[in-house]
Design a protein around this ligand. Structure first.
Ligand code: NIG
Ligand code: FE
Length: 416
């Protein structure tokens, strides 16, 4: 199948050099051309160009195409790469939202038996089919909002059987949608009821990880390394056990308090360390010249009304930065990456280009996917969206509730 997209006002997120991430000052570079066209063959981008000074090439590609799409002057961007979500969950937790309005903190709600344990109870009572249907509702929503690659975590099961149920639902989403899906085992999200902390950690290591690996259900392993959840030592043991089965780490760290999350992530060469609201200057220093992607979740800070990760500081120190939604029922009931970009600009003082790179190429890098996703170049998967005509790229975070995305293409096919 040959797709030709014409009349593109601005074609942005180009990556002719095949970069795998952008860091420091390079993050403000969002390569783009105007009056552009794009060509994809069997779901892979094969060519692009501008009609300025060379209309003939565009005409010859258009003649070869079996599908011609008119972008009507809109902007084309690579689909968002949301590298941190908990999109498979049961029900919703708006009562806790009200508790928060009334003054309870996230940690207090968790201690009352709300939070993650509340979601685990609901998930336990739902069949695999029902869980899939509920989750697909959210998957369809994020596709419409421009996400083309997503990481999804388990972690609302908290028993071997229910963790496997979640991971099988993630696999089914992988198999039944055009989204690129990466799956992460997060058995160490909270201690299940009826277990001591150490018995639960042993269950994760000795029973859950081998069971997950036996079915090949997880690409990555995650631990909620934070005050009141899992310690540095427990996280280290769990990451080591995951590594024995080929699962690379993606850590929740430095959210509620400085937790050693950065240090433990680096010790185990984790792919990313996420949250970072309580990140210190020493953590930033430690992360220099490492392969671990710092990932901020600005929607979480917004919804929980807590400090934002020091994104500006990280980029100014030369680090790369990814942003992700953290879509989950407790701390961020939204998978809207455009809104995350706006928050990154407004609250973390990122430039629009930096925030877009954080949500595309660097998000892809935080899933190990940036050789095929998160930017536009020949050889990359044709995952992109077309906006309404916009005056400039800065309009994207500026118009922070305007639904500017008109058409979405995944694997070179339009998603209606
Ligand atoms: O990333 N921080 C840990 N886990 C989720 C929230 C989970 C929940 O409240 O359900 C997060 O924010
Ligand atoms: Fe999370």
């Amino acid at each position: 199948m040959k797709l030709f997209v014409k009349n593109i006002g601005t074609l942005a997120g180009l990556n002719p050099d095949g970069l795998l991430k952008r860091k420091g000052a390079e993050m403000s570079i969002l390569l783009s051309i105007s009056d552009a066209w794009l060509f994809a063959t069997d779901g892979i981008i094969t060519a692009y160009g501008s009609i300025c000074g060379d209309n003939a090439t565009a005409v010859s590609y258009e003649q070869q195409a079996d599908t011609v799409v008119d972008a009507e002057g809109g902007t084309v961007l690579p689909s968002f790469c949301d590298s941190h979500t908990h999109i498979v969950f049961a029900g919703s937790r708006e009562q806790e939202f009200v508790d928060k309005i009334n003054g309870l903190s996230y940690a207090e709600i968790a201690r009352k038996g709300g939070g993650i344990l509340n979601s685990a109870d609901r998930l336990h009572n739902l069949s695999e089919d029902e869980l899939y249907e509920q989750s697909m509702h959210r998957v369809r929503e994020i596709i419409k909002k421009g996400t083309g690659a997503v990481e999804i975590k388990s972690g609302y099961g908290l028993s071997t059987e229910d963790e496997l149920k979640m991971l099988r639902v993630i696999r089914r989403i992988k198999e039944t949608t055009p989204l690129k899906v990466m799956s992460t085992f997060l058995g160490a999200h909270a201690v299940a009821r009826g277990y001591s902390q150490s018995d639960y950690v042993n269950l994760v290591i000795n029973e859950m990880i081998p069971a997950v690996a036996a079915e090949g259900l997880a690409d990555f392993i995650d631990v909620f390394c934070d005050e009141g959840f899992f310690t540095f030592e427990e996280t280290s043991r769990i990451l080591e056990a995951g590594a024995r089965y080929g699962m690379r780490g993606k850590i929740h760290g430095e959210e509620l308090a400085p937790s050693g999350g950065v240090e433990v992530a680096l010790k185990h060469s984790a792919l990313s360390v996420d949250h970072l609201e309580s990140m210190t200057d020493e953590d930033i220093e430690m992360m220099r010249d490492t392969d671990t992607m710092p990932t901020a979740l600005p929607g979480t800070s917004f919804f929980l009304n807590m400090p934002f990760a020091p994104g500006r500081k990280m980029i100014s120190a030369g680090l790369p930065l990814a942003i992700a939604s953290d879509y989950n029922p407790g701390s961020t009931p939204s998978g809207d990456m455009k809104f995350a970009i706006s928050l990154a600009c407004i609250k973390m003082r990122l430039q629009p280009e930096e925030a877009i790179n954080a949500a595309t190429i660097n998000g892809a890098a935080a899933m190990g996917l940036s050789n095929s996703y998160g930017s536009l170049a020949p050889g990359m998967v044709a995952n992109f969206f077309i906006t309404q005509p916009i005056p400039s790229l800065a309009f994207i975070p500026y118009a922070y509730t305007t639904p500017i995305i008109r058409r979405v293409f995944l694997q070179g096919k339009e998603v209606e």
